[in-house]
Ligand binder design. Structure first.
Ligand SMILES: Nc1ncnc2c1ncn2[C@@H]1O[C@H](COP(=O)(O)OP(=O)(O)O)[C@@H](O)[C@H]1O
Ligand SMILES: Cc1cn([C@H]2C[C@H](O)[C@@H](COP(=O)(O)OP(=O)(O)O)O2)c(=O)[nH]c1=O
Length: 220
């Protein structure tokens, strides 16, 4: 661990939306962000890999290179995450904002730990030892039987080019690890607006629990 921050001492609320490709994560990040802003909250939305110039560079590297050695991929992604946490996530939480992330450590446990074969315990250990000490308040895993109808597998993407067989492995890994790590599985096989409504309600429960009002979130 490199420092002792946690979302609880920083303020704000740290929310992750993760899950397989094409289940509607990006759609929900946008919709949930808009709804929370409508309620008066300040929201920082970001994605992994990404969110900073280092993160966006790593994103291109990982998405464009199908044959990166697994450990190289893991260290690039985790390195970008450290920068993302320090440069973007911690400052937003210090401003009492709601941070909404499209993918975070669950993706690394599933893609590098399971799909690339490094092992979940090994990846969990690397994440634990190298991350700034900050945990999401809640991790949602969007789950659907298949990708949404509008989704098309990209032939250039490092994982998507392998199509449905890998997609099913990824889905299964998210479901199994959700039980182990206490992630909240949210059904995404429904109209977008109903998924958003459910997510906003679950987030509102956490905001009430943390007593974070829109006024406090807006105070910088
Ligand atoms: N609940 C839903 N029902 C039907 N289509 C959806 C739903 N959520 C998202 N989509 C569509 O599915 C496609 C993939 O959604 P996207 O948000 O990009 O997924 P992800 O970020 O998980 O890869 C998009 O065309 C989007 O409009
Ligand atoms: C965050 C993260 C992402 N990834 C992969 C999963 C995805 O294939 C890719 C990110 O792409 P994705 O978020 O699905 O973006 P898009 O909707 O533009 O395709 O990075 C990992 O392998 N490990 C990680 O830790």
């Amino acid at each position: 661990m490199t420092n002792n921050h946690s979302a609880k001492t920083l303020g704000g609320l740290f929310v992750v939306i993760d899950g397989p490709d094409g289940v509607g994560k990006s759609t929900q990040i946008e919709n949930v962000k808009r709804q929370l802003q409508g309620l008066g909250y300040h929201v920082t939305a970001s994605r992994e890999p990404g969110g900073t110039s280092i993160g966006e560079t790593v994103r291109r590297l990982v998405k464009d290179n199908k044959n990166l050695p697994p450990w190289c991929e893991l260290h690039l992604i985790q390195g970008a995450r450290i920068d993302h946490i320090n440069a973007l996530i911690i400052p937003a939480l210090q401003r009492n904002e709601i941070v909404l992330l499209d993918r975070f450590t669950p993706s690394t446990l599933v893609y590098q730990g399971v799909v690339r074969g490094i092992g979940v315990d090994e990846v969990a250990s690397i994440i634990h030892r190298s991350s700034p000490n900050i945990e999401p308040d809640v991790i949602f895993i969007l789950d659907a039987q298949t990708p949404q109808t509008g989704f098309e597998f990209s032939s250039g993407d490092s994982f998507e080019h392998q199509g449905m067989p890998i997609w099913r492995t990824v889905r299964q890994a998210y479901l199994e690890l959700a039980t182990r790590f206490g992630w909240t599985v949210v059904t995404a096989d429904r109209p977008k607006d109903l998924v958003t409504e459910n997510l906003v309600k679950l987030i509102a429960d956490r905001l009430n629990f943390r007593s974070l009002s829109a006024h406090e979130s807006a105070v910088h």
